[in-house]
Ligand binder design. Structure first.
Ligand SMILES: Cc1ncc(COP(=O)(O)O)c(C=O)c1O
Length: 392
C-alpha cells in the first residue's frame, strides 16, 4: 500500500508537552539567579506539590524511578524479600525491586483496565512479600480499597506508582494519598514535565526526612544549605545515599505548570471523548473501558486492535500511522516477556494471559494538552480511511 502523506505537513509527536510562557520565564530567571542546584525553587515546588496532592510531605527527586527506588529503601526491602507488581508497566517499576536485591513478583491484570487484579495479587502473596507496587495504568486508579485491605491484612506496604496518574482520584480520594508512599514522574511525555524529574509523596515525616538525606548522597546538609549565606559549610555522611536530587531549573519549570493541570486534564478529557466517538464503531478496535467511581487522569489513550477482527495488525498500524505523520506508542510489552526477566527470574510466556493480550494488541494514540481537536480528528480520519480501504 502506498504511504499516506500527512496533508498537514507536520508530524504529530507522541507526548509533546504544553509549556506556558511563564514556565519558560521561570527557568530563565533561575538561569540568571546564580544558583542552579537544589535550592529555594525545589523547596517551593515540594510545598506546592504536597498541597496539590493533599499529602503532608513531598520530596523532589531526579525521576520517578529514583522515587520508587527511595520508597523501597525507606521500607527496608532487601535480599530474600518479594515485591508484587504489575507486568503492565514500564521497566523502572520492576527494575528498582531488582536493585534492592529483592524478587519482582508479577501478578496478572484486569483485562478491561490493564490494572493489577486484586485477586491475582492475593494469590501471589507469600510470607516473603514485603510490599505491593500498584501502577495506575494509563492514568486510571487501581481498585485501591481492595489493595489497602490486602496490605493491612497481610502487614505489607503499599506503594503507588502514580507516574501516569497525577490528576486522578479514586472514590473522591486523591491518587498519591492512598498507599504508604507514592511516586510521580515528570518525564517529557507526562502531563507536568521538568524534562526529567519525579516526586516522592508520603504522610510519614521520618520517611520524608530520610528521603531528603538519601537523595543527596546521604549528606546531613544539602548543597543549598552548605553554600548559601545561612550556614557554615559543614556536613556529615549519614549513610551511603544516591545522587537523586532535583535542580532549581527543573523545579521552576514544574512549579509554573501546577496551576494549569486541571484545565489541561479537562482539555484531554474532551479529546478523549472525540477519540471515543470517532473510533467506537471500527471493527476490531476496542476503545478504553469507562468507570464511574474514579477520575481518570487521561494520560494515555490506548485502544486495543484485535487481530481477529481488525483489517490491520497493531504493529502494521504503527508503521502506517507513522507514514501518515502520527506518532504512537506501545504501553507496554509485558515485563515478563522481556529477556532479562525471563533469564533472571524464570518468567515465561503464558504466565499472565491478560497482560500478554494487552501487550500484543495495545496501541497508544497521541494525547496531550498540546494537541487541538483538529489533531484528533486527523488521527480518526486516517484510521477510518484505512478501515474503509481495508487490506490491499
Ligand atoms: C508507569 C511508570 N512507572 C515509572 C516510570 C519511570 O518514570 P521516570 O522516567 O520519571 O523515571 C514511568 C516512565 O515513563 C512509567 O510510565
Amino acid at each position: 500500500m502506498s504511504p499516506i502523506v500527512s496533508p498537514r505537513g507536520r508530524y504529530l509527536v507522541f507526548g509533546a508537552p504544553r509549556l506556558p510562557e511563564e514556565a519558560i520565564e521561570a527557568v530563565t530567571e533561575v538561569l540568571r539567579s546564580g544558583w542552579l542546584g537544589t535550592g529555594p525553587r525545589v523547596a517551593a515546588f515540594e510545598e506546592a506539590f504536597a498541597q496539590y496532592i493533599g499529602a503532608p510531605f513531598a520530596v523532589a527527586v531526579s525521576s520517578c524511578t529514583a522515587a520508587l527506588h527511595l520508597a523501597l529503601s525507606l521500607i527496608g526491602v532487601g535480599p530474600g524479600d518479594e515485591v508484587i507488581t504489575s507486568p503492565m508497566t514500564f521497566a523502572a517499576t520492576a527494575n528498582v525491586i531488582v536493585h534492592m536485591g529483592a524478587r519482582p513478583v508479577f501478578a496478572d491484570v484486569d483485562p478491561r483496565t490493564g490494572n493489577l487484579d486484586p485477586e491475582a495479587v492475593q494469590d501471589a502473596i507469600t510470607p516473603r512479600t514485603r510490599a505491593i507496587i500498584v501502577v495506575h495504568y494509563t492514568g486510571r486508579p487501581c481498585e485501591m480499597d481492595a489493595f489497602i485491605d490486602l496490605a493491612q491484612r497481610h502487614g505489607i506496604f503499599l506503594i503507588e506508582d502514580a507516574a501516569h496518574a497525577l490528576e486522578a482520584f479514586y472514590k473522591g480520594r486523591k491518587v498519591g494519598t492512598l498507599g504508604d508512599l507514592a511516586a510521580f514522574s515528570f518525564y517529557p511525555t507526562k502531563s507536568l514535565t521538568t524534562g526529567e524529574g519525579g516526586m516522592l509523596v508520603t504522610s510519614v515525616e521520618a520517611w520524608a526526612e530520610r528521603a531528603r538525606v538519601l537523595r543527596m548522597h546521604g549528606l546531613s546538609r544539602d548543597a543549598w544549605r552548605r553554600y548559601s549565606e545561612e550556614q557554615f559549610p559543614d556536613y556529615e555522611v549519614l549513610e551511603a545515599g544516591y545522587k537523586y536530587n532535583m535542580t532549581d531549573i527543573q523545579a521552576a519549570l514544574g512549579l509554573a505548570q501546577l496551576p494549569y493541570l486541571e484545565g489541561w486534564r479537562r482539555h484531554r478529557e474532551l479529546l478523549w471523548q472525540i477519540y471515543n466517538e470517532g473510533l467506537r464503531d471500527l471493527a476490531g478496535i476496542h476503545i478504553p473501558h469507562e468507570d464511574v467511581h474514579i477520575v481518570h487522569a487521561r494520560h494515555l489513550y490506548t485502544i486495543r486492535v484485535d487481530p481477529r477482527e481488525a483489517p490491520f495488525h497493531r504493529n502494521e498500524l504503527i508503521r502506517i500511522l507513522h507514514q501518515a505523520g502520527i506518532g504512537t506508542g506501545i504501553h507496554y510489552k509485558a515485563l515478563h516477556l522481556h529477556r532479562f526477566y525471563q533469564q533472571a527470574f524464570g518468567y515465561r510466556p503464558g504466565m499472565f494471559p491478560h497482560a500478554e493480550r494487552i501487550s500484543e494488541e495495545t496501541l497508544s494514540l497521541p494525547l496531550t494538552a498540546h494537541m487541538e481537536e483538529s489533531d484528533v480528528l486527523y488521527v480518526i480520519d486516517t484510521l477510518r480511511q484505512l478501515w474503509r480501504r481495508g487490506k490491499v
